[in-house]
Design a protein. Structure first.
Length: 365
């Protein structure tokens, strides 16, 4: 077996394998990072994929830049692959894309439209990158990810999963991780669009939708079907999950937690505050400290609540869905009346249950 094979470009091929392309005499020189590089046009020597024998392709620095023996990978139009970069598998690189500086494009990835990718990045599986995108700095992009319209990605960013769209002037940088958790072919997509900035170790999961200039950074984690928009800022160790919504000029920071169907619109949540189960903060409200909100509670009109002054009332409220307005939260007398009211209801409920059980026993007898 070894006598019939040869090692080329790190891959093992049959010695009698026919090269799928050749370098032509058409050449040019370009300057990349202060270095002059001589490029050569390529020409197909056989039919494969949508390429026909004799077709003229794009530009390479050497045969090391494009898998020469196997796969259907091809460089089209005036696209360039050079500087220890390699295209392999079934990938397609088109139009004026430039791939250089130890980048690997493989599998079924598609690159086109003035895209620039450099500095040790990997683009693989079914990723599709188009339209003036720039990617650099050891980033890895895979899955069925679509990236287009002037997006900038740099600095150890990892993007993976199915059905994700990143578009329209988004900036992603500095160790951000994005995992689209929907299944292949699903209608639900993870969307990041419209001048959003993601930075500094934040993590995005699920089918999240982030848009309209939102800024997420620090170690924030966004999961589920969460929706974040407007000029909202989310940072530090915040966790937002499920079907939560953050809109307007909201600010979520510290170790705050939003889950279930919590909503924050033009408000602030910070400290170790927890909002869940249909709670909300609106219109300049500030929820902070260790305040706990659940069971349809909401705060608005610029009010500030901190620490958990309503713990007992909240515990009862979880089952009975009583609405706690701001004045109730800060009025001890109303809280006592509310607790007594709920306790009376509970006692009455238990009394009815006992009567029902006794009647059933009577009927059985």
């Amino acid at each position: 077996m070894e006598d019939k094979c040869v090692l080329e470009h790190g891959l093992l091929y049959y010695k009698d394998a026919i090269p799928k392309y050749e370098l032509t005499e058409d050449s040019m020189e370009i300057k990349i990072d202060e270095k002059i590089i001589k490029l050569h046009r390529i020409r197909a020597l056989e039919d494969f994929g949508d390429v026909k024998k004799g077709d003229i392709g794009g530009w390479v620095e050497s045969e090391d830049n494009l898998d020469i023996f196997c796969g259907h990978s091809w460089i089209y139009d005036d696209a360039i692959v050079c500087g220890n970069a390699i295209a392999s598998g079934y990938c397609q690189i088109r139009e004026n894309a430039i791939i250089t500086d130890n980048v690997e494009i493989r599998d079924f990835a598609k690159i086109s439209g003035n895209v620039k990718i450099f500095d040790n990045c990997m683009i693989c599986e079914h990723a599709e990158i188009t339209d003036n995108v720039i990617i650099s700095g050891k980033c890895c992009i895979s899955g069925e990810t679509e990236i287009n319209k002037n997006v900038r990605i740099s600095g150890n960013v990892f993007i993976h999963g199915y059905s994700s769209i990143i578009t329209d002037n988004v900036q992603i940088m500095d160790n951000v991780e994005i995992y689209a958790c929907s299944s292949p072919g699903t209608k639900e997509k993870l969307k990041i669009e419209e001048s959003v900035v993601l930075a500094e170790n934040c993590k995005i999961f699920g089918t999240v939708n982030i848009c309209c200039r939102a800024y997420i950074h620090g170690y924030a984690k966004i999961d589920g079907n969460a929706y974040i928009s407007g000029d909202s800022e989310v940072y530090d160790c915040v966790k937002i999950s499920d079907d939560c919504k953050v809109k307007g000029k909201s600010k979520i920071y510290g170790r705050a937690v939003l889950k279930d169907f919590a909503k924050v619109i033009d408000a602030s949540v910070s400290g170790k505050a927890i909002l869940h189960d249909n709670t909300g903060a609106f219109d300049g409200a500030n929820v902070c400290g260790t305040f706990l909100m659940f069971g349809d509670q909401w705060v608005d009109n610029g009010r500030c609540v901190s620490n958990n002054e309503t713990q007992k009332a909240t515990d009862w409220d979880m089952e009975n869905r009583a609405y706690l307005r701001y004045d109730q939260i800060h009025n001890p007398e109303k809280i006592r009346k509310l607790i007594k009211y709920i306790e009376d209801r509970e006692n009455a409920k238990k009394s009815r249950e006992i009567d029902f059980i006794n009647s059933m026993r009577f009927n059985l007898d």
